[in-house]
Design a protein around this ligand. Structure first.
Ligand code: MG
Length: 340
């Protein structure tokens, strides 16, 4: 049998958001923060604060697969409640400054941040970057919140309503999962996200959150050793398949948001969608199983490529870890925050 862990280890290094892209996103994010702080100063408003959320903060963002595949970060803006909630009107949300209005503030602030116009979306303002010669497009989403009495409210533009929502709770939950299950759990989530991106979905592409929660609930605990990706991935996928199998037989498909137990993440899934997810995972499982059973490296790699069609053969340098120097990072030009 062939040890496929070196392939999976190398694959994790390749799919995990590139260090250069990460720096690029941080620079752009910081530049946006300065622009917004300046806008608030100039308009006699109190300084907002900022907090990351979503997969960038969870470190499960993966590299784009092609030019149509934008990567992003979500960066929450927390407005000062003094600017939003009039005194003695705290209990009457309809008297608060309107979500449409605060969307307008942020849009105005970042309107000339890049050469592309931002997009005023329902739950965020999106600032868009690129593409440039050597880099794919990306964007930064700015959801807008106000905190009042330890609760967070998101500005939802189309309904013009403040909706209670705490985006940090899922980050805390995820960090705790990684602490309890180990770093391999995060890596399994990356593998599943990468696999999902490489499929063509007829019904419904599972969201990152669905894959993250499925992997958490069905995480394989057979081995506590770190870095045994093949067995953990195989057993986790097997467990997810049997979970989905049970769901298909029910009238109502269920997968609850770990931080909002009344939110069913499978609410909009049809039987066809659950079946498609299961069947694609069965296929993945069979190929990974065959890779693990293979007698030659060629055969193992052939099956691994059926799991992940962009997985690469082992880098010669990579076979001796001491000599391993990552050279695959693409050069990135421009777009360092305030591009022209
Ligand atoms: Mg986003």
């Amino acid at each position: 049998m062939i040890d496929v862990n070196p392939y999976l280890k190398q694959y994790n290094d390749e799919i995990k958001l590139d260090a250069t892209r990460e720096i690029n996103l941080r620079k752009s994010r910081n530049a946006i923060e300065s622009t917004i702080v300046r806008y608030f100063e100039n308009n006699n408003k109190k300084k907002p604060s900022f907090k990351g959320q979503g997969s960038f903060t969870m470190k499960t963002t993966i590299n784009p697969k092609d030019t149509n595949d934008e990567y992003d970060i979500d960066y929450g803006i927390y407005l000062n409640c003094g600017d939003i909630i009039p005194e003695e009107k705290q209990d009457t949300k309809s008297e608060w400054v309107k979500p449409e209005t605060v969307h307008g503030w942020i849009y105005d602030a970042v309107e000339n941040q890049t050469s592309k116009k931002p997009e005023n979306k329902n739950k965020c303002v999106r600032v868009k970057y690129g593409p440039s010669e050597n880099e794919y497009s990306y964007h930064i989403d700015l959801p807008i919140y106000v905190e009042y009495q330890e609760k967070y409210y998101l500005a939802v533009k189309n309904d013009n309503e403040w909706v209670e929502s705490n985006p940090r709770a899922i980050i805390d939950w995820f960090r705790n999962e990684v602490k309890e299950k180990g770093e391999d759990y995060r890596i399994i989530v990356r593998f599943l996200k990468s696999w999902s991106k490489l499929q063509s979905w007829n019904c419904k592409k599972p969201t990152g959150l669905v894959l993250t929660v499925l992997a958490s609930e069905q995480y394989a605990t057979a081995t506590n050793d770190e870095g045994i990706y093949d067995l953990k991935l195989l057993d986790t996928v097997k467990n997810i398949i049997s979970y989905l199998d049970k769901q298909i037989k029910k009238d109502k498909y269920e997968l609850y948001n770990p931080i909002a137990s009344d939110e069913n993440l499978f609410k909009d899934y049809s039987q066809a969608a659950i079946t498609e997810l299961k069947e694609k995972l069965v296929n993945f499982n069979d190929n990974l199983d065959s890779a693990l059973e293979a007698e030659t490296t060629d055969d193992a790699f052939r099956h691994l490529r059926k799991c992940f069609k962009d997985i690469k053969d082992l880098d010669i340098d990579n076979q001796n870890e001491n000599n391993y120097i990552k050279t695959s990072a693409p050069a990135i030009l421009g777009n360092d925050g305030r591009s022209a």
